[in-house]
Design a binder for this molecule. Structure first.
Ligand code: ATP
Length: 192
């Protein structure tokens, strides 16, 4: 495949009649990363959702040339199911390796535990495992470090680095430090 996995051109986002940002451009090729930062309410999550196709693009264009995996605030896992089975629901669609993904985020031991019993940080790591098991080339991670301890942030950073080294790309929206060497930086300002 040639060309960027993600191309955002002159994009604007409007929510509740308010323009959050405009004129935003970004291209992510294989191996690249984007770091989206900015104060609360400036549109970081909105940008992620817009790229994921969950919010309309008010102006400009968003072109996604690869399958993408979204880590949103909720892990999108059935709270009643054991963790491995909840991830298995998605793996049945995406074809991913649940056991390997759980091991990668240090949750192998919790595979039989219902999702509702997971702690905040474990739940976030479960969401990261879902992204990992998706085999999607483009990762869209909204606040992936929320609730994670320092060791888990380091694991996250390692997983992102490995994903990029394997030809993937990632966009991370965060108010917490996440090391993304060589990332394109997008700083969203105050909302309009
Ligand atoms: N459904 C909605 N209708 C109207 N406005 C909304 C809606 N959802 C979010 N907003 C507004 O859009 C703005 C941007 O929200 P968003 O969640 O993208 O910000 P953020 O930069 O991710 O913030 P935070 O750092 O607090 O997570 C906020 O002012 C928010 O109130």
């Amino acid at each position: 495949m040639s060309g960027p996995l993600l191309q955002v051109r002159d994009a604007a986002c409007v929510r509740g009649g308010r323009r959050l940002f405009a004129g935003l451009g970004l291209a992510l090729a294989a191996g690249e990363a984007a770091l989206v930062t900015g104060p609360n309410g400036t549109g970081k999550s909105s940008l992620v959702r817009m790229i994921a196709g969950l919010l309309p693009v008010a102006e400009g264009s968003v072109t996604v040339n690869a399958r993408c995996a979204l880590l949103a605030e909720q892990p999108s896992l059935d709270a009643e199911l054991p963790l491995a089975k909840a991830l298995g629901f998605w793996a049945a669609i995406d074809g991913g390796d649940v056991a390997a993904a759980l091991a990668a985020v240090g949750l192998a031991g919790l595979a039989p535990v219902p999702v509702r019993f997971l702690s905040t940080g474990q739940r976030r790591r479960a969401g990261i495992a879902r992204v990992l098991a998706s085999n999607a080339p483009l990762w869209l991670l909204d606040e992936p470090a929320n609730g994670l301890d320092a060791a888990s942030v380091a694991v996250l950073e390692g997983l992102i680095a490995a994903h990029r080294a394997g030809g993937g790309a990632v966009l991370v929206a965060t108010h917490l430090p996440v090391a993304l060497p060589g990332a394109h930086e997008i700083r969203l300002g105050e909302g309009a």
